[in-house]
Design a protein around this ligand. Structure first.
Ligand SMILES: *Cc1c(COP(=O)(O)O)cnc(C)c1O
Length: 256
């Protein structure tokens, strides 16, 4: 990626690489959604990427998510009205970082999907909040599928049971899994983490967890999205390859 490349060029390159990974994996590219992680993006870059057709944006901190959604949703809806274009799809914000229970109230009005549910207590609080809001909240269960001792994600051995518990909650809807590739790992190590997440995903499907709504695998970031797609990813979360910026610490950058 050249230093002088524009956002449009970088986006085109990422889209090409997504398509090529789909071809290699014999998958339809429409199965994979690019989620643009805006934590290092300037506001102009976010507006530009929306005009380039990206409809899914993500933040890893509740405060940034709420703030950015406030600014950007207004711009997007103005574009909708003025463009008078009924074909403009809905803008979706994804919460991809660790979520504290005391921030659920703030995140619910803006997040279309929460990728980071990793405990029964958090799911129970979401269930209560969903009941109050009168809707079923879609979530992904975050799995700690790598051997390294990361802070977040449910342990592989506990994941099926937790998924079943969440599936029994009336106001939370489990729609899939999320996992992170290990940092500083070899390509084989990254691949084994994604393959393992896919196996757990298939096992849960076999158990009929989430029934027909259980269809998302959120895996892959700037450095590893192609191998994630080859292992079934449907949501790739890409930040620095699009927007530049310093390499964030993926493990510790969420709300504390
Ligand atoms: C920051 C972040 C990303 C994006 O990572 P890049 O390497 O910048 O593409 C994806 N997922 C999570 C959970 C993140 O915190």
């Amino acid at each position: 990626m050249g230093k002088q490349s524009t956002l449009a060029e970088r986006l085109a390159e990422i889209r090409d690489r997504i398509s090529n990974a789909c071809v290699r994996a014999k998958r339809d590219p429409s199965e994979v959604t690019l989620v643009a992680v805006t934590k290092t993006a300037a506001p102009e870059q976010i507006r530009e990427i929306l005009q380039l057709g990206v409809t899914d944006l993500a933040e890893s901190r509740v405060q940034s998510l709420v703030q950015r959604a406030g600014q950007i949703n207004e711009f997007y809806s103005r574009k909708l009205v003025h463009g008078n274009d009924k074909t403009i799809p809905r803008l979706r914000w994804h919460m991809i970082g660790h979520l504290q229970r005391n921030k659920i109230k703030q995140v619910l009005p803006v997040a279309s999907l929460i990728h980071s549910v990793d405990s029964l207590r958090l799911a129970e609080e979401l269930d209560i909040a969903g009941a109050k809001a009168g809707r079923r909240i879609p979530v992904l269960l975050q799995i700690n599928a790598s051997e390294e001792a990361t802070k977040y994600g449910v342990a592989v051995g506990a994941s099926v049971h937790l998924a079943e518990q969440i599936d029994s909650m009336p106001n939370v809807q489990i729609v899939g899994l999320m996992s992170m590739g290990p940092l500083d790992a070899t390509p084989d190590q990254v691949k084994s983490v994604f393959a393992r997440t896919q196996e757990i995903f298939e096992e849960m499907k076999w158990h009929k967890i989430g029934t027909n709504n259980f269809r998302h695998l959120s895996m892959g970031m700037s450095n590893d999205f192609e191998v994630a797609i080859e292992n079934g990813s449907t949501l790739v979360r890409i930040g620095t390859s699009l927007f530049g910026g310093s390499k964030p610490d993926h493990v510790d950058d969420s709300d504390e």
